[in-house]
Design a protein around this ligand. Structure first.
Ligand code: PEP
Ligand code: MG
Length: 577
């Protein structure tokens, strides 16, 4: 019988996959308490060490098989698991339990796992909380070796299979991708979970968060995974299947067309130019950005420089990182965002003693409190401006006072450098992000004081709708088309135009081809996005008439202002189709 279930969709080059269900029923091995004699502890510890060595060699073998072109975050997943297996917090503690409490290695590991999971559960940060999946995967792998449970799930031919599992470990997902799986569905996961991140990196359509999917779906039945809408259709009728196949066919054709678009000038059907820029986090991201003809880096998230370390980077380290990117960009402008730590981007050495980090001491607030930390990065950015076109961008601005304070620090540093005879670009543009409703509503004053604006819709949506962006239970409220969000975007764009300064958007919304027309209708001409989204968005914009869209957007807003609130989303959707 045909039926559909819904989750969170993840699109790859093709949003649709059609395959046969392969259920991965890999329940956790059953671990029971087992007491040992004191003369057995040595043997138990060496069983444990042996299981770790075997588990590590499994992962090293997976890493070994990865082609050189593999995205860095995939390698990072494996490296994280390898590091966890070496971590004293896990290994030493298990050995201590074996010796002290005379428990078997697998039970000692289970006890340590439970303790660590409690620590993860108590973390305030929802992103970090989801990292306990990694701990689960690592522990399960070691326990299987201890219990000598054969794992044959990745040994078979997976060609054309859609994997349905409670959750997937990164290494298994990678192996199964190499063995030809065409999609996967998991019961757990949010858009920020590692499974979702992996699906994007591995270019596999997927749906995460379909509760009970391992029970609802039958082995071997045909299933269509629609990563665009997050809908899985099991045992589709012939007519539906034909429609899906046709969509897939069209998508394949489109991919070829997309590749051909990279060199075409970015101009709408009515002759209006637009600009497509890339968001990057690591220097490696530049390759895809350049391949897809990004005209600039519209957002360089510098947070990674601060992560997984105890002390913040020194000025030279910042400077060298920026210099490398500037060199690779070969003359294209680089927008360096000053550090945006806190909330969903915590650092190891940062303590959350406030109860609501998303509303707390983060980004520019932290920088203006810890000015030495801020000045180190500012000096490096200002020095880097001598090497190529650099723009400095400040995140999470809430008041114009923060702009004044930041500008003062910047000009003081420029003065210092001048005295020291160190080169910098005195005209380096200083811009700010519109991520908080107060900034959007006061955008005219922001535009007066800044050289450019960039709308960060990821945060603007969360703050406007009062929902934590990484809380999977609130996904249903995360709506970029909420009239309040669209109004704030419109106000910001109008403010920038009124003061004749550039405005771009660098939140995920900018790289959504379905919404590109709406944004163009609101007057946006600069879009900055994940490098993989550049060509799809370009294609959407190349096919639109900006003049017509502007007229339609005006009409929709007039209707909204006249109280026709109910039809707002419908009108927007009509405009986009
Ligand atoms: C945003 O908030 O839209 C944004 C681009 O910044 P980040 O996702 O890094 O918070
Ligand atoms: Mg943000």
């Amino acid at each position: 019988m045909t039926f559909s279930c819904h989750g969170i969709g993840i699109s790859a080059s093709y949003s649709i996959a059609i395959g046969k269900v392969h259920r991965l029923e890999r329940d956790q091995p059953t671990i029971r308490p087992r007491q040992i004699r004191s003369d057995e502890t040595g043997n138990e510890i060496s069983r444990f060490c042996d299981a770790i060595i075997r588990s590590r060699s499994d992962l090293l073998a997976v890493r070994e098989q990865l082609p050189a072109s593999t995205a860095s975050d995939i390698v990072d997943f494996i490296n994280t698991h390898l590091l966890m297996m070496e971590d004293q917090a896990l290994t030493q503690a298990v050995e201590d339990i074996i010796k002290r409490d005379l428990f078997s290695a697998e039970w000692a590991l289970q006890l340590r796992h439970n303790e660590l999971i409690k620590v993860f559960d108590e973390m305030e940060d929802p992103y970090l909380r989801t990292r306990k999946d990694d701990l689960d995967h690592v522990v399960t792998r070691i326990q299987k070796h201890l219990l000598q449970v054969e794992d044959t799930s990745t040994d078979q031919n997976m060609e054309g299979k859609v994997i349905v599992a409670r959750d997937l470990s990164p290494s298994d997902t990678i192996l199964m991708r190499q063995q030809g799986i065409c999609a996967f569905i998991t019961e757990y996961g949010s858009p920020m979970s590692h499974t979702a991140i992996l699906a994007r990196s591995l270019n596999i359509p997927a749906i995460v968060g379909i509760k009970a999917s391992t029970k609802l779906l039958h082995e071997g039945e045909t299933i269509v995974v629609d990563g665009l809408y997050g809908i899985a259709t099991a045992s589709p009728e012939q007519r539906q299947l034909d429609q899906f196949k046709q969509r897939l066919q069209e998508e394949r054709g489109k991919e070829q067309t997309l590749k051909a678009l990279s060199k075409i000038p970015s101009v709408s059907t009515d002759g209006q130019p637009f600009e497509l820029m890339a968001n990057i986090e690591l220097p490696e991201d530049i390759e895809t950005a350049l391949k897809n003809n990004a005209t600039a880096i519209g957002l360089y998230r510098t947070e990674f420089l601060y992560m997984n370390r105890q002390t913040p980077p020194a000025e030279e380290e910042h400077f060298n990182a920026y210099a490398e990117i500037i060199e690779n960009l070969d003359g294209l402008p680089l927008t360096i965002r000053t550090l945006d730590l806190g909330a969903d981007k915590p650092v190891d050495n940062q303590h959350h003693d406030n109860c609501n980090p998303a509303l707390g001491m983060r980004a520019i607030r932290l920088c203006l409190k810890e000015t030495e930390l801020f000045k180190t990065q500012l000096r490096a950015i200002i020095r880097a401006s001598a090497l190529g076109p650099v723009r400095l961008m400040i995140p999470m601005l809430t008041t114009v006072r923060e702009i004044d304070q930041s500008r003062k620090l910047i000009s003081d540093i420029q003065q210092e450098l001048k005295v020291e005879g160190i080169a910098y670009d005195a005209d380096m543009p200083v811009g700010g992000m519109i991520e908080v409703p107060s900034a959007a509503l006061d955008a005219h004053n922001f535009a007066r004081k800044l050289d450019f604006l960039s709308i960060g819709t990821n945060d603007l949506i969360q703050y406007t709708l009062a929902i934590d962006r990484v809380d999977e239970e609130l996904n249903y409220l995360y709506d970029p088309l909420h009239p309040a969000v669209i109004r704030l975007i419109r106000i910001s764009i109008e403010a920038a135009h009124a003061y004749n300064i550039p405005i771009s958007m660098c939140g995920e919304m900018a790289g959504d081809p379905q919404l590109a027309g709406l944004l163009a209708g609101l007057g946006l001409r600069e879009f900055s996005m994940q490098p993989n989204s550049l060509l799809k968005t370009k294609q959407a914009l190349l096919a639109t008439d900006f003049g017509q869209l502007t007229i339609q957007a005006d009409k929709i807003f007039r209707a909204l202002e006249n109280g026709h609130h109910e039809s707002f989303s419908d009108n927007i959707l009509k405009m986009l189709h």
